[in-house]
Design a protein around this ligand. Sequence first.
Ligand code: ARG
Length: 482
Amino acid sequence: MSEADEPNVGLSSQSTDQNKNEDDEKLWGGRFQEPTDAFVERFTASVSFDQRLAQVDIDGSLAHVRMLAKVGVLTDAEKTIIEQGLEEIRTDIVANRFAWRIDREDVHMNIEARLIELVGDTGKKLHTGRSRNDQVATDIRLFVRRRIDDINSRLTALQLGLVQLAEQHAATIMPGYTHLQAAQPITFGHHLMAWVSMLQRDQERLIDLRKRVNRLPLGAAALAGTSYPLDRQFVAEQLGFESVIDNSLDAVSDRDFAIEFASFAALFMMHCSRMCEELILWMSAPFRFIDLPDRFCTGSSIMPQKKNPDVPELIRGKTGRVYGNLISLLTLMKSQPLAYNKDNQEDKEPLFDSLNTVRDVLFALTEMLPNIQVNQTNMLTQAKAGFSTATDLADYLVKKGLPFRDAHDRVGRIVSLAIQKNCELTDISLMDMQAICSIIAQDVFAVITVEGSVAARNIIGGTAPNQVRHQTQLHRKRLQKL
Ligand code: ARG
């Protein structure tokens, strides 16, 4: 996203009252006998945060005005005048010299009022057959769609980075955990590919919800449609919408598409928080499995030795606000009667916050993850500890004919012996093992090494290096097609 797409949000210095003309009427001022209360003006204004919709608002207006000319509501000359005015406004906004005014309430009326200032009476025709209700719904959808496409490509890049790391570490052995207790040895590549699978589902959700975002509300007008012969299909094509929303009341009022994005964002952040939690654990002294590059960490102002994983911690922390945004939006929509209500103006800040947070988190992870330093020695040492191949020994006995429960019992006794001797399973002599279970033979030692353990799990979805390489190939193909 180039910064030019989104001007610095905030009111410019020229947007104060000094700028206000005595005869500066509200666009809707006709039926009012007294000016708006100053507090109400501030309380109801959204321009401080919805001005980031300016570019899509202009895109929507251009499509609308071209359609009005096409169906004969405007002349071609009028269309051209309005187009030129809107493009001039776009240039001013990009150059950060547009005077946003709080007395003009929102992005839509700021742009429309400025258009009228620039081109005169012709500008007053722009809003023919349109309401801010269908206008804002269109703007948000265009804005979210553009951001979805950006997020989608960042998600692909992140997964490709992880796939590459997983290929490098297809045979790197680490401890696998359940209950955060060493369970069985796994490969680091396998662990990383679990993250890719989570992100794959996030991406599927994103691609799916885009379909429902990409429908056109414009033409619904205030709520009931309009008596002008608008060509909604033409507007949809101009703006790249897949279809036209077929109920005008629904078109202006629902924000379920925004809630779907917020829900995708919440799930995505849940996954990121899990990954980050592991990075933080792995970087801590008892683990020392990985190190993060210095440029992603910060120090302590008092403890000179500290190197803190601030970036993963913040990602974990930001999950909270993204969950909050989902709840805000759900609650905002709850019990709203049809059709548009001003409540809906409150959709923007939580939505924008989730859009920005997801984008930043993807940026951080894509830069950080491929650059972690992996300490294979520490991973291997930990993988060997805690009798992590006990299940392999039991499976070995089963393959020699013992029922699983008996095998479980014999291995339990061998583990107990190892605890007594303060050694690993591989350190117990064949004779000592045979004293507990006579069918054990010399070939047991190949089975109870960590290398033997992971190699044996050569089943679809298993942790064997072969399987991991197979998975990375499949995912790479999938990602290259996106
Ligand atoms: N700023 C408003 C919003 O974000 C635009 C729509 C206003 N419509 C109205 N009927 N007051 O929802």
